[in-house]
Design a protein around this ligand. Structure first.
Ligand SMILES: [Zn+2]
Length: 168
């Protein structure tokens, strides 16, 4: 079972309104390609499964960034509208499930994690303006069921802390 990408489940559902996958954008000219997980700027974002950071952060939308993360299962997650990667995380970093990977960014007024999921069978850029209605690569999938099936992250030992060691 995968781990939810935030420390809490958002109060506003990512399956309704403009936050859901497939909601209209640009007056119906395109459809929303992910789920919006509303959260304050700076909220921690976790690896949903073990995998490898596949890109550097790149500009995504209104001053926020995106980063692509290849899961060991072969699927690809794009964490979008982030502020920055966590310290020590860079392109090529292996991250285990539940590991801190990035922080939520802020646009003009709103802040959220825009979560995109890909089957992983495609190749090339994820944003494909010429591929309506989502304007994404053809292996894009609705992440709602995946997110519903995630368990909440459990506390993890800080690195360098030896399991079972008794403090002096
Ligand atoms: Zn979105």
């Amino acid at each position: 079972m995968a781990t939810f990408p935030l420390p809490f489940r958002p109060t506003l559902s990512y399956k309704t309104g403009g936050r859901r996958f497939g909601a209209n954008r640009d007056e119906g000219n395109r459809k929303h390609a992910g789920c919006d997980l509303i959260a304050p700027r700076g909220t921690e974002i976790y690896a949903v499964e073990g995998g490898v950071v596949e890109t550097k952060p790149y500009l995504f939308y209104r001053g926020t960034y995106a980063v692509e993360f290849r899961l060991d299962s072969g699927k690809l997650v794009r964490y979008c509208e982030i502020e920055k990667l966590a310290s020590g995380i860079t392109k090529g970093s292996p991250v285990s499930e539940g590991g801190l990977i990035a922080y939520v960014g802020k646009m003009y007024v709103s802040s959220m994690l825009h979560f995109e999921l890909y089957e992983g069978s495609g190749s090339g850029p994820l944003t494909v303006r010429s591929n309506p209605p989502y304007q994404r690569r053809s292996d894009l999938i609705d992440p709602a069921d995946y997110l519903d099936g995630c368990k909440m992250r459990t506390y993890q030992q800080p690195t360098g802390c030896i399991r079972g060691q008794i403090p002096a």
